[in-house]
Design a protein around this ligand. Structure first.
Ligand code: FES
Ligand code: FES
Length: 159
């Protein structure tokens, strides 16, 4: 993981690391993540809250990082796709995406993974319908969604 800009007390945390957002209060969070912290896993699609490519977890809840400012994150714990794997090991969900071919260009994948991570935290055994409903805000231009839903189902089965 890239080294993060850090402050002794930090304005908020990103993937467990304190960050200083001084001077960036009004910037969209996704720009702060990508341009200041160099965490480029989070993508910018529409920039408008409509595609989910920029999804991160804020205190465990999936959120579009293009429509919130860095300054509004004070006191929060932000997790990006870079924060999922630990000690070089992918999560079961990430492994399942790979096994099921749940990506083509991969542009939507970080956002998909973050939304699905929240879903499985809240509901470890979602039905297919619950998965489709929960993932409704994440758009994929490539896969047709079937493999994405299957990957999430399989990750839930093998938890
Ligand atoms: S880039 Fe944020 S929702 Fe599309
Ligand atoms: S894999 Fe290309 S947009 Fe989803």
């Amino acid at each position: 993981m890239p080294e993060l800009e850090s402050a002794p007390d930090g304005d908020f945390s990103v993937n467990g690391n304190p960050v200083d957002a001084t001077g960036h209060d009004g910037r969209p969070l996704v720009e702060f993540l990508r341009d200041v912290l160099n965490l480029t896993g989070t993508k910018i699609g529409c920039g408008n809250g409509e595609c989910g490519a920029c999804t991160v977890l804020v205190d465990g809840a999936a959120m579009c990082s293009c429509i919130v400012t860095a300054g509004s994150m004070r006191g929060s714990d932000v997790m990006t796709v870079e924060g999922l794997a630990s000690d070089g090991r992918l999560t079961a969900l990430q492994e399942s995406f790979m096994r099921n071919g749940a990506l083509q260009c991969g542009f939507c994948t970080p956002g998909m993974l973050m939304s699905a991570t929240e879903l499985l935290l809240r509901n470890p055994n979602p039905t297919r319908q619950e998965i489709v409903h929960f993932m409704n805000g994440n758009v994929c231009r490539c896969t047709g969604y079937a493999q994405i839903v299957e990957a999430i189902e399989e990750a839930a089965r093998h938890g």
